[in-house]
Design a protein around this ligand. Structure first.
Ligand code: FAD
Length: 493
């Protein structure tokens, strides 16, 4: 790209006039969900074209409408900001934190520091796009340079379209196109030093953002998770070394460590999909090796979810398939008690309860189990998928509007390339297949420890032998039929 000075960009208006300056000196890099120094396009651009860089994070939950980060994600964000701030300090820089309306905060910071430009990496949640477009326009109208970059996806969502110019709604052709359009960069370096201004803006403390939960609920998260860029890279390296080759066989086994657990790191941009693709490329496995390819395919599902949300911004609230708008869900007064039992992991279906308790205790759940608990909620309990999505939103450390929406719509049968509604997961059979010894269930439902082997998946066995373990809230066979009948109603309509 052309240097800022070559473009003769204008500086802020002085006495009502704008003047052309030869040398731009200070730029703000506005960090968002790109909490890393390596492979950070906005940061790279600022460093290359400006003498001084001021890294900034603005906590502005009101600008995100209904989808400001949930409690578990806030916990992660708090720790991730702390790590980013340390890493910047080690490079002679500093992370300025602020709270409030983003446009106002950026305006104040520009005034306070005399910076001439603001750079950031793009995100694709509908409310974020709206906010960022307004900010970009406002900054440019005031004479600042404002520019955004691609850093969280491999290909921009508007660059991949079908031959007729419309978006893909089926994953496989999307994935084929993605592979054609994208190749990994040769390297993703990080800066060793970062020059800053002689006087830093005031900002506020991390604690003043009040991101950590008031309850002690998240205390156990730190046993399981280390937020931050370095931890993300270590996790990726270990996964590539130890697990990727077996990924296609192991990825459906919640009783094993077969997946990368990079989802919260990816959500907060502590690591980028390009870095992942590069690490896979450099790994010993043969190009096209099954593990590597099936892992990249999941990264492409993330890409597909973001793509769908970009093209269909109503998806967090509305089903992609219109006819599901009239689906005869039960009413809130009918389902409230069942919903609470599901949230608390007390449905009496061991595999479902194990998953919901893993979620509550660790802020994460294995993908196979997410599908099982989501199918149980939307089909056996006939509760709208939005209720489940909203619980996940608050309790997952990796809560991601695009992936969560797509995961729920896919399981409920109303999304793009979705599992057909009539395919109802049987949580007992799923448990026997993917947790064949019952270890996963016993780990999260310790009151079932006395039941050995796969019998632990049987609701009758569990409720008879497990001390204080509840009886099943629904009969699996009858509730399945009720779901199929409900589906028939919208099919006929
Ligand atoms: P790996 O198997 O190691 O996959 C690597 C990465 O690929 C993941 O970190 C993730 O970024 C991406 N990925 C994997 N599977 C999917 C998928 N099915 N869809 C989109 N991206 C995928 N993922 C989230 O990141 N945030 C969510 O809020 C979320 N909600 C979900 C809700 C439901 C009902 C379902 C069925 C799935 C949801 N997923 C969500 C997708 C998936 O379950 C998680 O990304 C995955 O379990 C994370 O674990 P991992 O990092 O070990 O995955």
């Amino acid at each position: 790209p052309m240097g800022a000075s070559e473009q003769g960009l204008r500086s802020p208006a002085v006495d009502g006039h704008t003047r052309i300056v030869r040398r731009m000196t200070t730029a703000i890099v506005w960090f968002r969900r790109d909490l890393r120094l390596a492979d950070n396009a906005a940061l790279d651009y600022a460093r290359q074209h400006f003498e001084r860089v001021i890294p900034v994070y603005v906590w502005d939950p009101d600008s995100l409408g209904d989808w400001s980060p949930g409690a578990a994600a806030r916990w992660w964000l708090h720790h991730s900001l702390a790590r980013l701030s340390e890493r910047l300090s080690e490079r002679g820089s500093r992370l300025t934190l602020a709270r409030g309306d983003t446009a106002k905060v950026l305006g104040q910071l520009l005034d306070e520091t005399g910076a001439e430009a603001v750079f950031w990496n793009r995100l694709y949640d509908p409310a974020v796009i709206q906010r960022d477009q307004a900010i970009k326009k406002q900054l440019r109208e005031s004479g600042y340079e404002a520019r955004s970059f691609r850093a969280s996806v491999l290909v921009e969502p508007w660059e991949l379209l079908k031959a007729d110019g419309t978006p893909y709604l089926v994953f496989t052709p999307f994935w084929k196109q993605l592979q054609k359009r994208w190749s990994p960069p040769s390297r993703c370096p990080e800066p060793r030093e970062l020059a800053g201004p002689s006087r830093w803006p005031t900002g506020c403390s991390l604690d003043a953002l009040e991101l950590t939960p008031k309850l002690d609920w998240a205390d156990g998260f730190s046993d399981r998770w280390t937020p931050g860029e370095l931890a993300a890279r270590r996790r990726l390296d270990r996964f590539v070394e130890e697990a990727v080759a077996d990924y296609s066989e192991q990825r459906d086994r919640p009783d094993r460590h077969g997946t990368s657990r990079l989802s919260p790191h990816l959500h907060f941009g502590e690591i980028s999909p390009a870095q992942i693709a590069l690490a896979l490329e450099a790994s010993g496995e043969l190009p096209g090796g099954q593990g590597r390819l099936s892992y990249l395919r999941e990264i492409a599902w993330r890409e597909f979810s973001t793509y769908l949300l970009y093209h269909y911004p109503h998806l967090p609230d509305q089903p992609l398939k219109d006819q599901f708008g009239d689906f005869p869900w039960r009413s809130p007064s009918e389902y409230r008690a069942d919903l609470e039992a599901w949230q608390q992991g007390r449905t009496g279906i061991p595999m479902v309860d194990a998953g919901m308790r893993e979620l509550w205790q660790t802020g994460w759940m294995h993908n196979r189990v997410r599908m099982i608990v989501a199918s149980f909620l939307t089909k056996n309990l006939l509760i709208p998928w939005q209720e489940g999505a909203s619980w996940f939103w608050d309790t997952l450390v990796d809560a991601d509007l695009a992936n969560n929406t797509q995961g729920w719509q896919w399981t409920a049968g109303c999304g793009a390339d979705a599992a057909p509604y009539f395919r109802v997961f049987n949580p007992v059979l799923q448990g026997e297949k993917f947790d064949p010894q019952g270890d996963y269930v016993r780990r999260w439902c310790p009151e079932l420890k006395g039941i050995s082997g796969p019998r632990v998946h049987q609701p009758e066995v569990a409720s008879e032998q497990g001390r204080s373990y509840p009886r099943p809230r629904v009969d699996l066979k009858r509730s399945r039929q009720r779901a199929l009948d409900a589906y028939q109603a919208i099919r006929k309509a």
